[in-house]
Write a protein that binds this ligand. Structure first.
Ligand code: MG
Length: 250
């Protein structure tokens, strides 16, 4: 069963996700050559504390960072540390916060300076795939319509879709029902309804979709070492498509 949030719970999801988006924006603003991923993590911690939010990731199954920072061939779950960002890097930043009992979860991938044109295309395609998936998240549609939307956009551009990691329902817990794969045929799974809140997160690869986990037990990298891009919004299912909750106030 996919949980349905009450209007009051939806308001709280809007608040926690707005905070996550604000933190993400602050960290994005600090990404530049020479900065270490640990420095980005420290900034995120500061921005969360300022907003009386805490990291949803820190301590989650022992994860040691406040955010995930995944560079180039790293897909997701990169542990912040001494790695320095360089010109031409593709940096995925994933922010999860807890605010008044509700989780906010959002991610983006940024290009550092001028990057390889195909890598830029990968990034743009991930964003388009996310937009298509959000448009598919409307009441009356089926869950796998979201999955299919991502795969369609990715495949048309010749990119791979990671299969081992998926999006998820979200609320008081980071991972609620359902799991949301980024691939598959349309028209399958539960019917979507207003009040469902979902974290939709396409993970696309420049080459093969296969991934492996590094010895640190966290960092997911592409098996072929080619770059990946990861973008994520938390949305609420609506009649016209998903309402993006993880967005900074206008
Ligand atoms: Mg997520």
């Amino acid at each position: 069963m996919i949980p349905i949030k009450t209007p009051a719970e939806l308001e709280r999801m809007r608040a926690s996700n707005r905070l996550a988006a604000e933190v993400l924006r602050a960290v994005v603003g600090r990404v530049r050559p020479g900065v270490t991923t640990a420095e980005l993590d420290a900034l995120a911690a500061e921005e969360m504390a300022k907003r009386k939010a805490r990291s949803a990731f820190l301590g989650y199954r022992g994860f040691p960072g406040h955010i995930c920072v995944s560079v180039n061939e790293e897909v997701v779950h990169g542990i912040p540390g001494s790695r320095r960002i360089r010109l031409g890097d593709l940096v995925s930043l994933d922010v999860g916060v807890v605010f008044e009992g509700f989780i906010g979860d959002t991610a983006t991938t940024v290009a550092v300076g001028v990057i390889d044109p195909r890598a830029l295309q990968l990034l743009e395609t991930a964003e388009r795939a996310l937009a298509a998936a959000i448009a598919a998240a409307r009441s009356g549609a089926r869950l796998s319509d979201i999955s299919h939307a991502v795969e369609t956009v990715a495949t048309a551009a010749g990119f791979g879709v990671v299969r081992d990691f998926v999006g998820h329902g979200i609320g008081r817990r980071m991972h609620e029902e359902p799991q949301i794969p980024n691939f598959g045929p349309p028209g399958r799974g539960p019917t979507l309804a207003r009040g469902m809140t979902l974290a939709i997160e396409p993970m696309l690869t420049m080459g093969d979709w296969r991934v492996r986990v590094l010895d640190d037990q966290w960092t997911v990298v592409t098996a072929d070492g080619l770059p990946a891009a990861h973008v994520e919004h938390t949305i609420a299912v609506g009649d016209e498509g998903g309402e993006i909750l993880s967005r900074v106030a206008a």
